[in-house]
Design a protein around this ligand. Structure first.
Ligand code: LAN
Length: 724
């Protein structure tokens, strides 16, 4: 397993469960949820699978055992031999998608406020997770690797108390000391203030306004929330509803205690209305602009003196209608973990705890949770099912591992999985959604949100595999065309592709970003990563079928390439937004150029990209880019080389057809030397990022990108290593 952070000296002071009783259930739609069995008998009747043991950090006595690989291809085979044991019966791979430290509070508060009993095992495992991830100063940051903040510390402290930790437990005492040193819960950013207000531990008067009336504006108004990035609009929607109705849970003994514990000053003496803009320095990634502050001031005056109550009511009514649409569109899975937890509260208040809607949404929340050796966490999404199956298929195809009969079977299983996960419904226009029929989501068909690059990577994988000899073709040409249709609707005016939708409003809206903890969240942007995925998928499609919308596809590809080219920085790098950072983006950008025959020998852009990457190669042959590169915008390193980042850099050099074998071979050697005797790899540091500031882990990247790099190297540069 990963070398996860554990604090044995602290975690032994709290209850620990027998990990052998956890089982992973997979729903018909590939929803993943963990269940804690009630006794040994049940456990015996349902033996742990290899994947479950791996995820739970239990002994893997049935793991493969290998001598160190002598060739890159042998290393790829060893890696895949391990990884294939993690494939689930329905063809997909699951993953502990951890990192953000502001998600657990949402789900725990929602269960607590709605008086829903916590499922068996949750309180102990969540407590374990938080304790194991405590920083040295006793607090928590915005993500697992970040310095303590008020947001992370006040909310996670509250979680521990809700789950039963006593206020005088040394862990609670330490966390409180850290929180008070940072200024106490009063210095929370907007989202922290909001969550504490729902719990009645912060006064709604201390919130900058979240007017639900915004949803009443005509759609053409430039600041209409329908134009915001979908995650932001789906979060501010339930926030607006709860703020509009000022809904907080009834006060009780615990809430009274929390009010005392969370603040430096006496709760009753605090004038909350004066603290709307009090935010701790360590929480500030995106400070308020003067425009936002002025707007907040104006809105406040309007709310206090002019706002008609019927208007507010109309606003919350409209907001609830849109919440219902979101819930129904996603069968209550919701777009992401934040709006899922908030929508749960809205459904509870509006429809009641015995309503069907409430039962459904609570059930779906389980699918965000993940158990691992150091406890239970809430994941960034309800899984990465489609994303991971697509990359694995591409890696196996590119490295020719499909030539093995057994691996071919795995691939067919994954291909059929992708077949089942293609979105069949059209959600366009329903709750401001983009076109969806024919697209692929990031996680599963139930969540069902179109993403440009998940559609593209899935489409590419399906096309590649369906073109291989002796493979079935479950996805029909007409459905492949539907995927192309969705993609062709997504190109932006600057010719790039964004994440979920084409850009709907200008970057100027960032001036109104009220969430101090994230950057660049208000609107969509074009990304070289997403743009490349689209280019590759469309190119692959033209190889599969050269007649359908041929001219439009060609034009889209040429235009998209111009975006990729223009977004190269003077030093030859590309900034990556969805993983770390320059090495990740380089892997994509160089691939798009390669599709039109541009390589090191004939293209300055590729040459500069290679030079940039080679200037960052370390003496052990690897790369070690850290998440701080995304935060600061400058290439930044961790202490040691990392398998995933090395694979990305190598793939980039290979896409660009870098003519000298030696540096690439050194990187390949680093990957081979890092491989364990069972074929697996360990990644010592986090790989992903979002919203500029939040790191998130993609634990399977070390498998399929390494396999891909090893396999491609063997094909392109020969299957040998000079020093052996
Ligand atoms: C993701 C994960 C996948 C990611 C890629 C497909 C890799 C990317 O190329 C496009 C954007 C996307 C789909 C993406 C967007 C933002 C997500 C959903 C996440 C990083 C996972 C978690 C994050 C989500 C916003 C977390 C909740 C936090 C809020 C601030 C609402």
């Amino acid at each position: 397993m990963e070398p996860c952070r554990t604090r044995p000296e602290w975690s032994k002071t709290i209850p620990k469960l027998d990990k052998r009783l956890w089982r992973l259930n997979i729903g018909p739609d590939a929803g993943e949820s963990w269940e804690y069995l009630s006794n040994e008998e049940e456990a015996k009747a349902r033996p742990l699978s290899f994947a479950e043991k791996y995820f739970l950090g239990l002994d893997l006595e049935d793991a493969p055992k290998f001598q160190p690989a002598k060739t890159p291809l042998e290393s790829a085979v060893h890696g895949y031999e391990f990884f294939r044991r993690l494939q689930l019966n329905d063809g997909h791979w699951a993953s502990p998608y951890e990192g953000p430290m502001f998600l657990l509070p949402g789900i725990v508060f929602s269960f607590y406020i709605t008086q829903t009993p916590f499922p068996r095992g949750w309180p102990e495992e969540i407590t374990q997770y938080l304790v194991n991830h405590t920083n040295d100063d006793g607090g928590w940051g915005i993500h697992t690797e970040g310095a303590s903040t008020v947001f992370g510390t006040s909310l996670n402290y509250t979680v521990l108390r809700i789950l039963g930790m006593k206020r005088d437990h040394p862990i609670a005492v330490r966390a409180r000391a850290c929180l008070h040193k940072l200024g106490g819960a009063i210095a929370n950013p907007h989202w922290g203030k909001f969550w504490l207000a729902t719990l009645n531990c912060y006064d709604w008067k201390g919130m900058n306004p979240i007017p639900p009336e915004l949803w009443l504006l005509p759609d053409w108004v430039p600041i209409h929330p329908g134009k915001w990035w979908c995650h932001v609009r789906q979060v501010y929607l339930p926030m607006g509803y709860l703020y509009g109705e000022q809904l907080s849970c009834p006060i009780n003994t615990l809430i009274r205690e929390l009010r005392e514990e969370l603040y430096v000053d006496d709760y009753k003496s605090i004038d909350f209305s004066k603290h709307r803009n009090t935010v701790c320095e360590s929480d500030l990634y995106h400070p308020h602009t003067t425009i936002l502050n002025s707007l907040n001031w104006l809105m406040d005056k309007y709310f206090t003196f002019l706002r008609p109550q019927w208007m507010r009511k109309l606003g919350t009514k409209k907001a609830y209608q849109l919440i219902q649409i979101e819930n129904e569109n996603t069968d209550y899975a919701c777009l992401g973990p934040v709006n899922a937890a908030m929508n749960t509260l809205c459904v509870y208040y509006q429809e009641g705890p015995s309503s069907k809607a409430f039962q459904k949404i609570i059930r779906r929340l389980h699918e965000f949770m993940w158990v691992q050796p150091e406890g239970m966490l809430m994941r960034g999404t309800n899984g990465l099912q489609v994303w991971e199956a697509s990359f694995t298929l591409s890696a196996l195809a590119d490295s020719r591992l499909y030539e093995s009969k057994i691996y071919r079977k795995d691939m067919i299983n994954a291909l059929k999985f992708l077949d089942r996960q293609q979105i069949r419904n059209e959600y366009a226009g329903k709750g401001y959604r983009h076109n969806s029929k024919g697209a692929w989501p990031f996680s599963n068909i139930t969540q069902g949100y179109t993403v440009s690059d998940t559609t593209s990577e899935a489409l590419r994988a399906v096309l590649t595999v369906q073109s291989l000899p002796e493979f079935e073709k479950p996805v029909s040409l007409s459905r492949l065309k539907e995927a192309v249709d969705v993609l062709l609707l997504m190109q932006n005016k600057n010719f790039g592709f964004a994440s979920y939708e084409p850009v709907r409003a200008g970057e100027w809206l960032e001036h109104l970003n009220p969430a101090e903890v994230f950057g660049k969240i208000m609107v969509e942007y074009s990304y070289p990563e997403c743009t490349t995925s689209v280019v590759l998928a469309l190119r692959e499609f033209t190889r599969y079928d050269d007649s359908y919308r041929r001219e439009e596809i060609e034009q889209t590809i040429q235009d998209a390439l111009s975006f990729v080219i223009n977004s190269q920085q003077p030093d030859g790098s590309w900034y990556g937004s969805w993983a770390i950072c320059f090495t990740y983006a380089a892997m994509f950008a160089t691939d798009s150029l390669a599709t039109v025959g541009r390589c090191f020998e004939n293209c300055d852009i590729q040459r500069k990209a290679c030079e940039f990457l080679l200037s960052k190669q370390r003496s052990d042959g690897g790369w070690s880019e850290s998440y701080m590169a995304c935060v600061t915008g400058y290439y930044t390193e961790t202490d040691s080389s990392l398998v995933t980042q090395t694979s990305w850099a190598l793939l980039a050099l290979m896409h660009a057809k870098y003519p000298h074998r030696k540096p690439i071979e050194r990187g390949i050697q680093f990957i081979m030397k890092s491989q364990a005797g069972d074929g697996s790899w360990k990644q010592k540091s986090i790989e992903g990022i979002f919203n500029k500031s939040v790191a998130i882990a993609y634990p399977n990247y070390k498998f399929y990108f390494s396999i891909h790099a090893l396999g491609l190297f063997a094909r392109q540069y020969g299957n040998y290593i000079s020093e052996y």
